[in-house]
Design a protein around this ligand. Structure first.
Ligand SMILES: Cc1cc2nc3c(=O)[nH]c(=O)nc-3n(C[C@H](O)[C@H](O)[C@H](O)COP(=O)(O)OP(=O)(O)OC[C@H]3O[C@@H](n4cnc5c(N)ncnc54)[C@H](O)[C@@H]3O)c2cc1C
Length: 445
């Protein structure tokens, strides 16, 4: 049986970071990735005549783990177009048009009130369970909005903004998610907006993950889906056996699982997973929405639009201005709370969804990846249901024997983001380095 020091399951940001740290520390690391590519929930693909991010898109310098990696690999940023026009639904439920400033004035009070107690609830962004959050963790974001007494137009606009952030019906998402994001930006919701949806990585996330992978000395094996992980033995004989779907087995001193909570049930673990993992996997995390790229005819204004939180697409914005033999076109990016309500092949229903956001656009084509239906993710960007953060986070971070868990789902600071994935990969690599004797340096190294 092939033997290595560490098997890392998954080559997303968490897995690549852990593998790099461990291989740079001298361990023999084998990274097993089920897909035919690295990157996990980041995926830059050429579609609609442009490189598009089908998964994660935006980063910011207030995300410290991301930014350290951006510096390390000399990555730059590009700004998504600054909106000149805003669209939202008026009190009559019909789309209204205004300026960006008018829209920001409309949502200002509600955005602040939702997170007004953030400094008491979550005084330290990097320690999200410290503070009054435990008392508040039974609340959903919808519970909070329903108690604010906002006028209907402002309430609907504020709700749509938060659906765009959390990618699920607000009644299913813990208030903790809103508080976490704003705690991570020092309590400033405007900065949180900028951090979560403004700056793309120049050259795409594909080039970023390739840069990390190029530093990993061990093998990154694609098309290698892990079926089971069994720990056995004690003392010096303690080891884990990782079995691939193909039947091949690898023996390791440590294993790092980077699977999201929703997907971890696809692997059989012996002993069974800790309670927090089993419980949260059974409940599912809250995120369940969609991200869709839409080609519309002509070069349209730089806009963003918010429909109702129950619409198939609740947030829509112009991202790229392009031209081909069919003429000028604009690529829009849209987000909705329920992945099952957007079918990229059904242009008529997409047109209706776009009309609800911003009338007057002609939908030509669309593309997306259904991350919820994808067995290797079964989630988008993680947001918790009520109770999940304070009840489970500490246990989700704990090591189980030789098994480590590195995933954005169990990060402290930007849980659910690329930053959280890197944080978790660094954390688990450090734990392994501290607990596993370093191998003798190989000759020449
Ligand atoms: C549509 C969308 C938009 C997003 N937008 C943003 C954004 O703008 N900014 C941001 O910071 N974040 C965003 N995110 C979140 C970000 O993509 C994730 O937080 C991050 O990429 C997660 O990294 P990870 O390594 O923890 O998990 P993953 O990337 O999911 O990595 C886990 C890996 O494990 C592999 N795997 C699963 N099962 C097995 C198995 N049995 N055997 C072997 N391998 C397996 C998977 O294929 C995957 O490669 C977005 C996510 C989505 C889906």
């Amino acid at each position: 049986m092939h033997t290595v020091d560490v098997v890392v399951i998954g080559a997303g940001f968490a897995g690549l970071t852990a593998s790099r740290e461990l291989s740079n520390a001298g361990y023999e690391v084998l990274t097993l990735e089920a897909r035919d590519r690295i990157g996990g929930r980041t995926w830059t693909d050429y579609r609609l005549g442009h490189d598009l991010e089908l998964g994660a898109n935006w980063v910011h310098w207030v995300q410290p783990h991301v930014w350290a990696e951006m510096t390390r690999y000399s990555r730059g940023i590009e700004r998504s177009p600054r909106a000149e026009e805003a669209y939202w639904h008026g009190a009559d439920g019909k789309p209204r048009q205004g300026t960006l400033e008018e829209f920001m004035a409309l949502i200002d009070e509600g955005q602040q009130l939702v997170i007004d107690d953030v400094r008491e609830a979550m005084p330290r962004g990097a320690e999200p369970t410290v503070g009054r959050i435990e008392e508040l963790d039974h609340l959903s974001i919808q519970d909070r909005f329903d108690r604010l007494g906002l006028a209907s137009e402002a309430k609907a606009a504020n709700e749509s903004v938060w659906v765009g952030h959390v990618n699920a019906p607000l009644s299913e998402v813990g208030l903790s998610s809103a508080l976490r994001w704003v705690a991570a930006t020092g309590g400033h919701w405007q900065l949180m907006h900028e951090a979560s949806a403004t700056y793309r990585v120049a050259g795409g996330l594909k080039a970023f993950t390739a840069a990390i992978a190029s530093e990993i000395t061990g093998e990154i094996r694609l098309n290698s889906r892990v079926a089971s992980v069994a720990q056995s033995g004690t003392g010096a004989d303690a080891h884990a056996v990782v079995t691939l779907e193909s039947g091949e087995q690898i023996r390791a001193k440590r294993v790092v699982s980077t699977l999201p909570v929703n997907a971890i049930g696809e692997i059989a673990f012996e002993p069974e997973l800790p309670l927090a993992w089993r419980r949260q996997h059974a409940e599912r995390v809250a995120s369940q929405g969609t991200k869709v790229w839409i080609r519309v005819g002509g070069h349209v204004s730089r806009f963003f639009a918010y429909a109702n939180q129950n619409d198939p697409i609740s947030v829509l914005k112009a991202e790229f201005y392009c031209a081909d033999e069919r003429g000028n076109y604009t690529i829009l990016v849209g987000f909705g709370p329920d992945h099952s309500r957007v079918d990229v092949d059904d242009i008529a229903s997409l047109q209706a969804a776009v009309d609800r956001c911003r009338p007057g656009l002609a939908v030509e084509e669309a593309t997306a990846h259904d991350w919820m239906a994808d067995p290797l993710s079964q989630t988008t960007w993680m947001t918790h249901r009520p109770h999940q953060l304070t009840r489970d986070l500490t246990e989700l971070q704990a090591t189980q024997g030789m098994l480590h868990f590195a995933t954005t789902d169990n990060a402290n600071l930007w849980g659910g983001f690329i930053d959280g994935a890197i944080e978790s990969g660094l954390r688990e690599a450090r734990r392994i380095i501290d607990s596993l004797p370093r191998p003798q340096r190989r000759s020449g190294s």
